[in-house]
Write a protein that binds this ligand. Structure first.
Ligand code: KG4
Ligand code: ZN
Length: 340
């Protein structure tokens, strides 16, 4: 790509993580993430509180990212920021800051699509990491997204399946809330599931058209099941915690794998790359690895820190756009919803 030294500052503030990262020619020099604890007590992200926390975090986080990279802000080549999709109040903080800093430093500004960034995170330069080759299928699974995307090239992507209601992370977190776990409960379900029997309590899988997903029915099924059992035995959750978690996780993993099998069949593409916080789930990781020998898949799972919301993924898109002189101007505004 570029023969000169290109330093990109990435800024991510679409949801509840304030993050800044500096990349040198696609290599990560720093990737600072400030997560917001304030939402834990509410069992989900409160947009107004997220926006306020971004306001508090943005300056120290960016400062730290530049310091850790061992450069000065005057060395930056361009600034990349998340334009959307996301929570408007959160996006505004990163967008306004990126615009002001680019203006102050007199350097180009690059707008980044958050979902594209989750996918292009696979192209962060990382020793020993084999990048996917085009075309490939990307499954982005997090608290806010559930999509299967056919990726033909860096900026040629098509959503071929997505959730019609809840995201998969919500299925984990809402089930966890029903069981009385703190937010976000996904990692806890994963941990307890390891000790449980995945077939102890069968939950029916939803029937959804084509490559789309639905997770709201599962949450309701878990709720009714637990309410009924607790009525008969008030200690039901405590006595069966691991089996309940294993059964919920087993159902979710099956839903995802079924759609992936269908997507591979439909597109003839067997390279599968995953992204988003839920890709940390051990059940999903195991199922994907099994897919390699069971169905001939080739799977790509990036480092955990590049799968959850982070600014290194924003900066890599910034770098790829920088290399083709794809800049935006000061009239750019944040957008809560944008198509891929
Ligand atoms: O990508 P992310 O950090 O933020 C966005 O939602 O964009 O993803 C967070 C989601 C939460 O729903 C969390 O419960 C889920 O990822 N998660 C997990 C695991 N680790 C994180 N879900 C299941 N198993 C895990 N190990
Ligand atoms: Zn995300």
């Amino acid at each position: 790509m570029s023969s000169q030294n290109v330093y990109i500052l990435g800024i991510e503030s679409s949801c509840d993580d304030t993050s800044a990262s500096v990349l040198l020619n696609g290599n990560v020099l720093s990737n600072v993430v400030a997560s917001q604890k304030v939402h834990e007590q509410y069992g989900g992200v409160v947009p107004e509180l997220a926006s306020r926390a971004h306001q508090q975090n943005i300056v120290p986080v960016i400062d730290q990212a530049i310091q850790q990279a061992g450069i000065t802000k005057e060395q930056l080549s361009a600034i990349a920021f998340t334009r959307g999709p996301g929570l408007m109040g959160s996006l505004l903080v990163g967008t306004s800051f990126a615009k002001s800093l680019a203006l102050g430093l007199g350097i180009p500004l690059i707008d980044v699509h958050h979902m594209q960034a989750h996918i292009l995170a696979h192209f962060i330069e990382e020793e020993g990491y084999e990048k996917p080759t085009f075309p490939f299928l990307a499954m982005t699974i997090s608290g806010g997204h559930t999509q299967i995307v056919q990726v033909n090239d860096y900026f040629d992507m098509e959503v071929i399946g997505e959730t019609i209601d809840d995201a998969v992370g919500e299925a984990f977190d809402k089930s966890a809330k029903i069981l009385g776990f703190p937010y976000p409960g996904g990692p806890l379900i994963d941990a307890y599931a390891k000790e449980g029997n995945p077939k102890a309590f069968p939950f029916t899988k939803p029937r959804v058209d084509r490559l789309n997903f639905s997770f709201s029915g599962l949450k309701t099924a878990v709720l009714y099941f637990i309410q009924k059992q607790v009525k008969e035995n008030s200690n039901f959750i405590q006595e069966n915690r691991d089996d309940i978690c294993a059964s919920i996780q087993y159902t979710i993993v099956n839903i995802l794998v079924d759609k992936l099998k269908k997507a591979v069949k439909q597109t003839g593409i067997n390279r599968i790359a995953i992204g988003g916080g839920v890709s940390a789930n051990s059940g999903i990781r195991t199922a994907l690895k099994e897919g390699e020998y069971k169905f001939g898949w080739k799977t790509y799972i990036p480092k955990f820190e590049y799968t959850t919301d982070n600014a290194a993924m924003i900066a890599i898109v910034g770098y790829l756009k920088y290399c083709k002189n794809d800049f935006t101007d000061m009239s750019v505004v944040a957008k809560a919803r944008i198509d891929l």
